[in-house]
Design a protein around this ligand. Sequence first.
Ligand code: PMP
Length: 423
Amino acid sequence: MNSQKIFEVATDIIPGGVNSPVRAFGAVGGTPQFIDRAQGAYLWDADNRRYIDYVGSWGPMILGHGDPKVLLALQAQLGKGISFGAPTELEVELAELLCQKLPYLEMVRLVNSGTEAVMSAIRAARGFTGRAKIIKFAGCYHGHSDGLLVAAGSGAATLGVPNSAGVTPAQVADTVVANFNDIDGTRQLIQDLNTDLAAVIVEPLAGNMGLVEPQSGFLEMLREETQKRGAVLIFDEVMSGFRVSAGGYQKTCGITPDLVTLGKIIGGGLPVGAYGGRKEIMQQVAPSGPVYQAGTLSGNPLAVTAGLTTLNQLDEALYQRLESLGQRLETGLRQILEEKQIPAQLHRVGSMWTLFFSATPITDYATAAQSDTARFGKYFHAMLERGIYLPPSQFESAFISTAHTEEDIDQTINAAKEALSDM
Ligand code: PMP
């Protein structure tokens, strides 16, 4: 059991044995697999067991692992240099490509992670408006910067209370929590904050409480109310950007934010984040404006190369292929749930999906949190034993890549049939 042995060493010298908490299997129990290598839709662990991968490095690997074009481009770039700390044409190419794919982007800045993108977008929004308050939604995750680590509020919108040790009440005093899909409550909150409100930040397609779609009218209301009050609407598309369509979820929902944050797919598996949007806001960012934001490795040539080579392969046919694979998986899973009379909610948008173990519809964090997480843990391990690698928490989205085949999907459905019989 190599994974077990490595984990034992790791827990002594790395907090929890991992470099990002969900990887530790805390929500499902057991020892995490340490991954040795990956190719296409598959991962191999340190014990040489193969898994069909539905985590995809938490979203970036939309083309599957080891895409030949990405590897070739990276090899070519390696020969030219790894990091310069000076501007490169590659960064301009990536910025141009992003602006072309998301036509409402007038200016964009590259950073190294989703966390940085969001933290910087909020700073830019505050700098632009000269206001302090932000609204975020319970169950939406925007990275681990202090001001966004705020308790997923109870029923009513609440003033921010930190939900991480080390975050002070002062650091979250300007963060107000609302409920996803609560049209009337959020409208009231925006009206109450009025000209104190700098920004509303939302995952327009929520993926961090499990996959939850916005209800009709919710994003429209956010757009209308922020516009009326001169507040900045930020779509956090770190996860949804380029996952569900070539234009991000913005294209699907038809609502245009003032700023967007991106990550994951735009780095093709290497660390890239980005934030951008209206020129008048982005021009506030240093060195053209007074909002400071910087990064030693920002726009790193290797990372940008992986991102460019990934994004350049995302055409309509690719999203159709992902939709067809997603549809096949959904049909198979729904049949099993019905046959076995399992109380569950299967959410899917294109290649993103979550199976919630809950009898009641899920529209926000409060309803997602009612899911039977013990049952999810059993299902997760039963799938893992059958070679299917799912995100190790009920409150995550799973991802299909273009490297998955119909056979992989059918094998997954067969595994689910057995796994769900055991429960
Ligand atoms: N925003 C969203 C919507 C995310 O899903 C994530 C990461 N899952 C982040 C921000 C933070 O990104 P990172 O982990 O790259 O810092």
